[in-house]
Write a protein that binds this ligand. Structure first.
Ligand SMILES: Nc1ncnc2c1ncn2[C@@H]1O[C@H](COP(=O)(O)OP(=O)(O)O)[C@@H](O)[C@H]1O
Ligand SMILES: [Mg+2]
Length: 146
């Protein structure tokens, strides 16, 4: 599968996540690639909704990872401050890559060599320069199932 969708608003970005959740199965890793403010966490909130997670999803930045219970457990990982798979293993996060149960959503996977390659689904988000402020610019979202 490879498709590209334009998200005009944060709500549309969430809806893309809700739809993506419907194809997720146990053990999958989803990579979210895109710059700061692209909408990675917004998309993750949609995935959580689609997985019937009722807890509020917050950026895991300071925790590196958070897990949420739902139809499937969602492990939300922010790799921004991590530089290698070894470093992830040191803090025990390798157990989520891939997870034995539930699914993992990784922001900044491209900061760790090899992580995008082991992902089952790669989502790439780009800001489309429309002359508007970045707060209401469209996003181009490409989803590819590898
Ligand atoms: N089309 C859009 N899709 C997603 N987010 C958007 C869009 N337009 C504006 N935004 C805003 O951009 C920001 C994206 O933040 P966030 O999801 O935390 O990004 P990231 O996790 O990639 O850093 C939010 O403030 C959101 O409201
Ligand atoms: Mg984020």
């Amino acid at each position: 599968m490879n498709k590209t969708i334009i998200a005009h608003t944060p709500t549309e970005m969430e809806e893309i996540g809700i739809e993506l959740a419907s194809i997720l199965t146990d053990g999958m890793v989803v990579s979210l690639v895109g710059p700061l403010g692209a909408g990675k966490t917004t998309l993750t909130k949609g995935i959580a909704k689609g997985l019937l997670i009722t807890d509020v999803v917050v950026s895991p930045s300071y925790m590196i990872a958070r897990s949420y219970e739902g139809r499937l457990c969602m492990h939300h990982i922010d790799a921004y401050r991590v530089s290698s798979l070894d470093e992830l293993a040191e803090v025990g996060l390798d157990e989520y890559l891939p997870p034995e149960s539930g699914i993992s959503v990784v922001e900044w996977p491209d900061r760790i060599e090899g992580l995008v390659d082991i992902s089952h689904i790669k989502v790439t988000i780009e800001l489309l320069d429309s002359g508007l402020s970045e707060f209401d610019e469209d996003r181009r979202v490409n989803i590819s199932k590898q």
